[in-house]
Ligand binder design. Structure first.
Ligand SMILES: Cc1cc2nc3c(=O)[nH]c(=O)nc-3n(C[C@H](O)[C@H](O)[C@H](O)COP(=O)(O)OP(=O)(O)OC[C@H]3O[C@@H](n4cnc5c(N)ncnc54)[C@H](O)[C@@H]3O)c2cc1C
Length: 379
């Protein structure tokens, strides 16, 4: 039987290992981190991701640990609604729902379907060569691993992708982002929201067990050292005057729980398949988080790859067919999400005012049609 090796034990790598396990394969995952620790903040898992989990028979576990999301709104600084989208009404047309989940809870749920011996920690891949026998992977500790087929799922900074496609450098989106998960009890937030203001954008996303995930994006130069040192107190000053419960949410956040990153994506690639090697997840199509689709697309990748492998014994051919099915959709998401970010991050009072007036006039059907495109999957 073909040997599959996966580089990266993130959402793409773990879901792919489960999906291939359903076909009788037992891929091994090499993960750079020395230990599997609870990590990250919150995630939206849209109906298309839940559909993908259904396809590989694990949606019940995910749904049990997540929180149903009915709707989301875009608000102005005073908390007035610019648009409200009933995402549940749309997802129901596709026989499923949208959920939110803590990233570490999702990781635990995925890991529960894998055997410990399938994940080898502390192995950072730095390169890969195609050989007559398959693919030879090189690690930063000087060791090598030979495999028949390599699935590269090591995220946006993937060294193997950069070796294959030297121009594929991550591109900065123009804003930086803080995230945290706090105790949300008493705040009574039932729906997700984003507040678009001139000093930045704040998102509030309820999670299960009365937890609340929030994020805040501010326009900035890349890797600005001033923001590296930003504390909760600085964020309170940044968003002073924003509507309730944003001040209360920040007041409940502890500095040690703040996560900070510049927002990056990957300019759409022309290829994901390279003979016996395939790029997947953020390594192939990292997107800005504005549509909440990065992880959802990684999950779709896993299911579509398994679908193609179930149709063809010729693995490079299955990789090519995967590429054909994935390029257009992932390119659409990367480019649309980038444009949404540019609109959401407008600072000019005139342009932001115009945008807000326009958004108030938009028919709800427009957002719902965009969601239909997202939720419509081809598996
Ligand atoms: C602020 C923010 C909010 C987001 N919100 C959402 C959301 O609401 N919904 C959504 O769907 N998506 C969201 N995303 C996107 C989502 O986080 C990513 O798309 C998703 O994590 C991609 O999964 P992945 O497994 O491809 O990559 P990653 O999550 O980056 O995982 C890669 C794994 O590979 C390991 N690794 C890295 N390099 C190597 C190497 N050289 N060798 C071996 N292992 C390596 C890493 O340690 C990691 O475990 C958000 C992203 C950000 C930044």
């Amino acid at each position: 039987m073909n040997r599959f090796t996966i580089i990266g034990g993130g959402i793409a790598g773990l879901t792919t290992a489960i999906a291939l396990g359903r076909l009788g394969y037992r891929p091994v995952i090499f993960e750079a981190a020395p230990a599997l620790k609870p990590l990250g903040a919150g995630l939206a898992l849209a109906a298309n991701a839940i559909k993908a989990f259904q396809k590989i028979g694990i949606s019940d576990t995910i749904i049990r640990t997540g929180r149903l999301l009915d709707a989301f709104s875009i608000l102005d600084e005073q908390g007035r609604v610019l648009t409200r989208t009933d995402s549940r009404a749309v997802s129901r047309k596709f026989g499923t729902d949208n959920f939110t989940i803590h990233r570490s809870v999702l990781h635990q749920a995925l890991l529960s379907y894998l055997n410990d011996s399938q994940i080898i920690l502390g192995k950072r891949a730095i390169g890969a060569e195609q050989t007559p026998d398959g693919v030879l992977v090189r690690f930063d500790d000087g060791t090598f691993h030979q495999t028949d087929h390599l699935l590269v799922a090591d995220g946006i900074h993937s060294p193997i992708r950069q070796q294959l496609l030297p121009d594929s450098m991550p591109r900065f989106a123009g804003y930086t982002c803080w995230r945290a998960v706090i105790d949300g009890s008493g705040l009574d937030l039932k729906e997700a929201s984003e507040t678009w203001g001139r000093r930045g954008r704040v998102g509030l996303v309820p999670l299960a067990d009365q937890k609340l995930y929030w994020f805040a994006c501010v326009n900035a130069p890349a890797k600005d050292p001033r923001f590296r040192r930003f504390s909760v107190e600085d964020l309170r000053r940044q968003f002073e005057g924003y509507h309730d419960p944003i001040p209360q949410v920040l007041a409940r956040t502890r500095n040690e729980n703040l996560l900070w990153n510049d927002i990056m994506d990957l300019k759409p690639l022309r290829r994901y398949a390279f003979g016996n090697l395939l790029l997947m997840g953020d390594a192939a199509h990292a997107t800005t988080p504005n549509m909440g689709q990065g992880a959802c697309q990684a999950i779709e990748d896993a299911v579509i790859l398994a679908d193609e492998l179930s149709r063809s014994k010729d693995v490079p051919e299955a990789f090519r067919r995967f590429e054909q099915r994935r390029l257009k959709r992932t390119h659409y998401i990367v480019e649309t999400s980038r444009r949404i970010g540019q609109v959401a991050q407008l600072e000019s009072p005139v342009l932001a005012g115009l945008r807000n007036r326009l958004f108030r006039l938009l028919p709800a059907g427009m957002n719902e049609r965009r969601l239909e495109t997202l939720y419509q999957v081809d598996f």
